[in-house]
Design a protein around this ligand. Structure first.
Ligand code: ADP
Length: 731
């Protein structure tokens, strides 16, 4: 039981563990998948945005280029009309705020549309001047990194082309555009709070950025993927910004034509914000499910542990109950023995006394001793029976029996009592009833004697009648009387232990209140049922029904009772020991047979093995009267010694004795093969349990009589086993 519980616990733990692993694997997989999904989406989005940024820049650069080409053609050297032209142009292209500067071939600013420089402004060292001067007469658009304007004091990107005169370098036309133009567009891309859009030169210098940052911080570290020459024209990467320390997913797009790269990034935090919400939800649900599973698991384990404990307690209680039952049975066996031994003394001595010369009063006194002893014995037998039933030690012996034998035995016992009270007693057996049945005849007899005994006890006038009739698969027994009857409310409890209708009846009629309880248990033990119909003041009918098979080939009466087990009086037969009768047909020796050499003329020898002095005296008196020459052995060892010396016709053997008991002594006598190996041995014992009888038989004893010894029964028994009839031996 414990192992299966432990196995169940391991299985449950395994299932819960696997379930938790599965739940959390699914959670990790799902979160991973979801996170990757958001990041991939951001990559696509930033790629597209970087492309959009690029396209905007490309068209802006083109427009600026067109403006440069247009106004360059208008430059005549007359700065006044040129200023008017620029002003007009600015009015038309109002979204493209710009500043126009003209530098002469020596690098000196000769025109600015903002204000004519009061002092000489030398720009000859600026990259956008030098690049053209060094290129000679080549005409191309140059885009500078943002520079801080000497005149405007603002950061601007210089878009420049050379002014050529007769195909030769004659100065530079500069259109300055604020980097904000690009930053403002980037802002419109809606990159979220942590987003950024950057326009950089392929050399790493910052051209424009949203959010706006200082241009003074120098070029972007060139370990960035997009700055590598061999990196693809467009792509994504993830990195921590060196500008604002925000981790982003970036998409970039290269514009090699102008040496520019556009990078758009979205903050990983922004990208994953919905994922974080989702993750929190998933984790909460998974944690909830796991916690629930764990709580259920703990509850289940605790329940199992409790169950285990309860089971353990129950098993312990059962064990204790069984142990106490065994102890109780042992106690009963001892008590039975202890009470029967002195009872044998009382009854035996009273019987011996009865045979002496007594006056009438004295005879009555002895008679009273005998009848009181009978009552006491009957009570002891009842208590022993109910205890055996409760300890579940009652055994049933099912065998074929003749119904006639049963009714005759009951009749002869009850009739005497009915006659004493002058009431009628009859047994009717329905005419169609079979004669042989298979069942425990002794237990059936015990129930009938109980019910009929009660009927006689509680009836003052009229009659007691036993009616036996067939019922499907068995017999119905009814015991009716015309006695005091029983009130309806008492019917239920009649069959409980120690239950009597009321205490006054106890006083008037006596009794222990066990008879009906025993009858009920016996009837039920044999698969039947018992009940009562009664009217107060009119009489009662107690009935019981038993399933009793009737053998198809009806066994003859003598065959039915030839079984050895029937030949030995058992405790059940002693319900009324005083009136016990064993018929000749009940008892037939199996072995050994009488020695032919022993004749009736020789004085037969008997060995009495008994340690109790009083019981010795009683048995000695009795068997001496039967004409036996008696030897006495006080214990098993002495018995073995005596049986080795001479041959006996019969041995009466007590069971419980000091030094060596009767069972062991018998075993020795039988196995030693001496002159008494085949001598009949009759157990005379105060031990009245079935197991004792079994032990006697197994040791090789031939018969078994329980103490207190019934004189007539013992005489019969001795006669049977010695080959002399009772009258022969007693004469
Ligand atoms: P006991 O007779 O030893 O008291 P039983 O168990 O045999 O115990 O009977 C229990 C009680 O049932 C009796 O004391 C008596 O009150 C009642 N009883 C039994 N049989 C009868 C009967 N035939 N008529 C009236 N009362 C009865």
């Amino acid at each position: 039981m414990k192992t299966s519980n432990r196995l169940l616990k391991i299985q449950i733990t395994g299932v819960v563990f696997v379930a938790l692993v599965l739940i959390w694997t699914a959670v990790v997989y799902e979160l991973n998948r979801s996170e990757k999904g958001y990041l991939r989406e951001a990559e696509i989005k930033t790629s597209i945005q970087s492309q959009v940024f690029t396209e905007f820049s490309r068209s802006t650069i083109r427009r600026v280029n067109e403006v440069i080409l247009d106004i360059r053609s208008q430059w005549t050297g007359d700065w006044k009309s040129f200023a008017t032209l620029i002003q007009r142009r600015q009015g038309i292209i109002d979204d493209l705020t710009f500043q126009v500067t003209v530098i002469d071939s020596d690098g000196i600013m000769i025109f600015s549309n903002l204000a004519k420089p009061a002092t000489r402004v030398d720009l000859s060292q600026r990259a956008h001047f030098r690049v053209h001067k060094e290129a000679g007469d080549a005409d191309h658009l140059y885009i500078s990194t943002p520079v801080l304007g000497k005149v405007s004091g603002k950061w601007s990107i210089q878009f420049t082309r050379p002014i050529l005169k007769n195909g030769k370098f004659n100065g530079v036309l500069v259109v300055s555009v604020s980097p904000d133009l690009f930053s403002q567009f980037a802002e419109k891309l809606q990159l979220g709070k942590g987003g950024s859009a950057t326009m950089v030169k392929t050399t790493g210098e910052l051209m424009a950025r949203y959010p706006i940052t200082s241009f003074a911080q120098g070029p972007i570290p060139n370990d960035r993927l997009f700055l590598k020459n061999d990196s693809p024209a467009t792509g994504n990467y993830r990195s921590l910004s060196s500008v604002d320390q925000i981790e982003r997913i970036y998409g970039y797009y290269k514009l090699p034509q102008f040496g520019l790269i556009y990078v758009v990034g979205e903050s990983v935090n922004d990208i994953l914000a919905p994922y974080y919400t989702y993750r929190r939800l998933v984790l909460e649900v998974a944690s909830g499910v796991s916690t629930f599973a764990l709580i259920m698991f703990i509850v289940l384990l605790r329940s199992l542990t409790t169950l285990e404990k309860v089971r353990g307690d129950l098993e312990l209680a059962k064990e204790r109950a069984e142990t106490s039952n065994i102890a109780k049975s042992q106690f009963l066996a001892n008590m039975s023995h202890e009470i029967r031994t002195p009872m044998n003394g009382v009854i035996g001595m009273a019987q011996i006394l009865m045979d002496t010369d007594l006056d009438e009063d004295q005879q009555q006194f002895v008679q009273d001793i005998l009848s009181s002893s009978d009552s006491l014995l009957s009570i002891i037998n009842d208590i022993l029976d109910i205890s055996k039933i409760e300890a579940d030690r009652m055994e049933y012996d099912f065998h074929p029996f003749a119904l006639d034998d049963l009714t005759n035995a009951v009749y002869s016992l009850i009739k005497v009592k009915a006659d004493e009270k002058s009431i009628g007693f009859h047994i009717d057996v329905a005419p169609d009833t079979a004669t042989i049945f298979v069942g425990d005849s002794l237990r059936i007899r015990q129930i009938l004697l109980n019910l009929a005994g009660n009927a006689i006890k509680f009836t003052e006038r009229g009659e007691v009648r036993i009616h036996i009739k067939r019922k499907p698969g068995g017999l119905r027994f009814e015991v009716s009387d015309t006695g005091i009857g029983i009130p309806v409310e008492a019917h239920e409890r009649l069959f409980s232990n120690f239950s009597q209708v009321d205490s006054s009846t106890t006083r008037k009629f006596g009794g222990t209140g066990l008879g009906l309880a025993i009858s009920k248990r016996l009837a039920e033990g044999m698969g039947g049922e018992i009940g009562v119909n009664s009217t107060e003041g009119k009489g009662s009918t107690f009935w019981f029904e038993l399933p009793l098979a009737s053998p198809p080939d009806q066994v003859t009466e003598s065959e039915s009772d030839s079984d050895y087990s029937e030949s030995v009086p058992t405790h059940a037969e002693e319900v009324d020991v005083a009136s016990h009768e064993a018929s000749e047909s009940d008892l037939k020796p199996a072995s050994p047979t009488l020695d032919e050499s022993v004749t009736v003329n020789e004085l037969p020898c008997l060995l009495l093995v008994e340690d109790n002095k009083i019981n010795q005296k009683i048995s000695l008196t009795l068997v001496s009267k039967l004409g036996y020459q008696v030897d006495i052995a006080e214990n098993g060892l002495e018995a073995i010694a005596s049986t080795g010396k001479r041959r006996y016709d019969l041995i009466l053997m007590d069971m419980q004795m000091p030094k060596m008991g009767g069972v062991e002594a018998t075993r020795n006598i039988r196995s030693l093969g001496g002159p008494n190996a085949l001598t009949p041995i009759i157990a005379l014992t105060a031990n009245a349990m079935e197991s004792d009888y079994e032990a006697c038989r197994a040791a090789g004893m031939n018969d078994f009589m329980t103490k207190p010894i019934n004189r007539e029964a013992l005489i019969d028994c001795i006669a049977r086993w010695s080959g002399h009839t009772a009258s022969d031996t007693s004469s």
